[in-house]
Design a protein around this ligand. Sequence first.
Ligand code: UD1
Length: 372
Amino acid sequence: MTHKILVTGGAGFIGSFLVDNLVEKGHEVTIFDSLEPQVHLGKTPDYLNKDAKFVKGDMADYEKLKGLVSDSDVVFNLAARVGVGQSMYQVKEYVEANELGTANLLHAMANEEHSVKKMIIASSMSIYGEGSYKCESCGREFHNVRRTNEQLEKKQWNIACPDCRKELTPVGTKETKPLSNSSIYAITKKNQEEMTLNIGEAYGIPSVALRFFNVYGPRQSLSNPYTGVAAIFMSRIKNNKPPLIFEDGEQSRDFVSVHDIVQGCVLSMEKKAANGQVFNVGAGHKITLNELSATLIDIFGSDVKPEFPGEFRKGDIRHCFSDISKIKSKLDYSPKITLKEGMEELVNWSRDQEAKDMVDKAYRELKNKRLI
Ligand code: UD1
């Protein structure tokens, strides 16, 4: 069965791959996207799918949104500002774009005539704060630890067991972990998730929240210094400059290929078992920043060496990687792209891409605001 599908943020990195996949499956897809200048540098991306309808517009534009909602039976809400660090000083812009943008969409769901049968919101692992940990020594698990600024200023990057003071070991984070937001960005994602599930339930619109882990792949802006770290490192390496690694580089994330994220999105649309649920979408294992930078440098064939300014980004977590047992068992999700394959794809794509290195400027900006 084919659907009329609206993808907000459909010109972006994740959205555009989702659109390609949906078009290929025969769905009628409409992209709604503002072509945010920080991401698109004033250009319409050449990868925009020609078989999808493109509507340029902002999530703040209720009139446009309501027409699109009335004409859809599935809505993917991917439009958002994504910089964790940047959200700490562009507070108003982030809350407006993410929360009020989603509020506008939900207002249309509640007030306009439509036949939307599924609504999917892109949420984020950042709402967990620190991931889950275990103490190998006393055997206890911890789901609510936090690092203090005081400890970070002393460069004590790791987290100690509150009982025996031994260093804790990160374990996979489940959807049931209590949330602990440490940035404005994370707060907006948590609110987007809750607002969507709330309106979905109230109006009987099956809704799903997907907590994406650290997504990487082609099309992630190489000139946006506030984007994800894989694209930032790629841009630095291409410009023959060292990746700048915060802390000691042993912090880790769950890097997941954009193609596996698309798989999670499509399964959530297709399967009833997804309705009303939240799911982690990740690769299910941890990669340190040192491993990430070494892999990219190696595949690119560069001889730059990463630099360690010994600093930290306020609000950053040390470790978080996904436990994906829920999405595996309920939706038959199974990540297909290994880190090596995914990074090779990123590197090969980047070779003939323009990459304006703006990292030094962004770094100075965060420093001026005392966020690093
Ligand atoms: C990222 C995304 C966020 C998304 C979340 C989960 C961005 C900007 N953030 O947040 O939207 O919801 O994943 O998918 O895309 N680092 C360096 N050097 C740099 C940049 C970063 O060492 O030049 C380090 C950071 O200190 C951190 C790690 O890399 O330890 C990851 O940072 P980042 O890519 O910004 O990701 P998240 O904050 O996890």
